[in-house]
Design a protein around this ligand. Sequence first.
Ligand code: SF4
Length: 797
Amino acid sequence: MENVKHLWQKPLPRRKFLGLSAAAAGGAALLGRLTPLTGVPRAEAADQSEEKIIPTSCVHNCGGRCYLRAHVRDNVVVRFSSDQEGPDSPELPQARACLRGRAQRQRLYHPDRLKYPMKRVGKRGEGKFERISWEEALDTIARELTRIRDTYGNEAIYLNYATGIYGQISQAWITPAFGGALKRFFNMFGGFLEYYNTYSTACYSFTAPYTYGSVEGVSPDNLLYSKLIVLFADNTAETRLGGANYHYYLRQAKEKGARIIVVDPRYTDTAANVADEWIPIRPTTDNALLAALAYVIIMENLHDQAFLDKYCLGFDEEHMPPGVPPGNSYKSYVLGLGEDKTPKTPEWAEAITGVPRDTIIKLARQIATIKPCCLIQGWGWQRHAYGEQPVRGLPVLAAMTGNIGIKGGGPGLYYSGQGVSVAWMPAGENPVKAAIPCFMWTEAIERGHELTAADGVRGVDRLPTDIKVVWNYASNTLINQHADVNRTAQILVDETKCELIVVHDVFLTPSARFADILLPDVTHFEREDIVTFGSGIGYAIYYQKVVDPPHECRSVYWVCSELAKRLGFGDRYTEGKTEEDWLRYIVEETRKANPDFPTFEEFRRRGIYKVVPKEPIIPYKKQIEDPVNNPFKTPSGKIEIFSPRLWAMNKPKEIPAIPKYVPAWEGPEDPLREKYPLQCIGPHYKRRVHSTFDNVPWMEEAARQELWINPEDAAKRGIKNGDRVKVFNDRGATITYAKVTPRIMPGVVALPQGAWWTPGPDGVDTRGCINVLTKYHPTPLARGNPQHTNLVEVVKL
Ligand code: SF4
């Protein structure tokens, strides 16, 4: 920690804060009049009693955690402001909130907040509930958990994938590295079936280690040293919006003179904001482009042969592992000397990708000759049928151009960040060792007892049981965010399969409608916790309780404590501690490892703790500077362009040993295009964090749900901008508005993911939920989520 400066959020001078407060109160009042909302106390209605500013945060899964300041009068939040201190420089950016964080009042005071515990009275999924007491809810859950555990074993209990809330106590995302109240409870109850992977990054995090042995991206401040930045499927202007997040650094790099190129089917907000050039490409065809770029670089002798010879395995025939027949190196594949006898020329790639040959040649020359060049892969292109391939494909270009291990360059992966390490509420060990890929939980409900290591099960050879309990805390993955909503609904309505579904959330989300027992959660403004975040800088935020919880809303720690009491381990679970006691413990533990971390009182009062690094992260620098003493963590110690581990799997069509273009099912070459001619992708949208904020009226005003469609495709269908349209395929149909725009390439439509599934009487979704169109078809290696691989048709209503 010697190379860092520690900086604190300073309290605003009182004069300044009163001035800002008055100005913003006027703004809030205006918005209040524009969008009257019965549940939201109006700012102008608050009395003139003293306004308190309470440090808090925004804690959903956007990839950031921004600092919020709640302005409170008489136990009412009259507005939120954000980080305003410091120079807002790359060394100390302000962790400013985006439009979503600033709209949190409408979420906090939404009239649809869940108020009481409820039990299902209709069929599962119908959404019919009856109010019950907390006593009845907790007694029922304790009884059912015990019955199911005793009948099927703890492996039948599944904590569903969830990212709605982050916090060192109230963490919803359960992974081995994290602790928290929920995990602690189920570990003490005898364990639960774990998951691995994420819905966002399965192919990325699973596959990149086959190339590098680890996953190390550049910190975004590294971009400030780049002369060329090429973003593949990376839309930071919508996905990394916070003031200290990646898009801030892209803007800074742009201002310092870097040339920025965006490769994406859409002219994204990022392209509009920072790009010198936009290269549209058909979804699922990225590896055809990457191979053609390599072809040009090789044919023009622009590659760094010395780098490849020294650090890489499998680029050419001279650097292959023993025992592999000739023709299997990457160079042989690119030049057409391998099995397919097809040179990956720019003309070949143009026919597949839709990127003109001259554009490919120009891009290849820029990547090969402008140095340092930082190639960044977003996560969009790996949520595809063969999402593993681009993850391994881009690092080859980084190696061919010798950009790995140098400042301003990069390994062709995603970003990483500096981070601040903070202790967790201890969760202990999970006695259950079995884990499944998170995308496969519905399959584990249907045929868990058949799933083996060959299906991706970890920790055991075969699952001993199907899933019988789903605990769904702060998650909309139970239905909305999982592939093929109609298939999932069919599985969940059958009570003989999954026997108990508990949902603990703030709203009656589409997922909550499938609960047997529904528990009203507090928002994170109604309890205390700590969150961390790392980008160019790292920081930790203490979020204080801002207002009292409404009605009978209860925190996850309270729920788990009460259940533990009923199940006979209450004292062991709580150790007699309140939530504040645990937060004190967390800060104490953190200070043992990092004495510079503030005391509990100081941290709680200040709200935010920032750590500013002097140098950016340059991944694999040690390996490049001293490869003998710092080999890559691959079996060969090299960058494995050819992976002997993948070769040994002997599935070359779907899991090739070198990164290849594998034509996707429901891709541009699928004969199904006769029936469904449009490729449909589901990008992230600035109005939501996944499905969070979908019910916030200000977000609806700012950016309504729309299907992006090119004017050419719209004209063929008689569709005009703003028309209501139906988007459909064999899996389902949804209705939304058309946004007719040249910002998306012909043949592709985009329906932003996260809209709440709202089926009409005919079963057709009425709100633009893309997951009625997506397919449950795990990717072949990582078993990830292929969300952007869908063929559809669109008609005007
Ligand atoms: S949604 Fe993300 S970027 Fe926006 S305020 Fe919240 S944490 Fe920050």
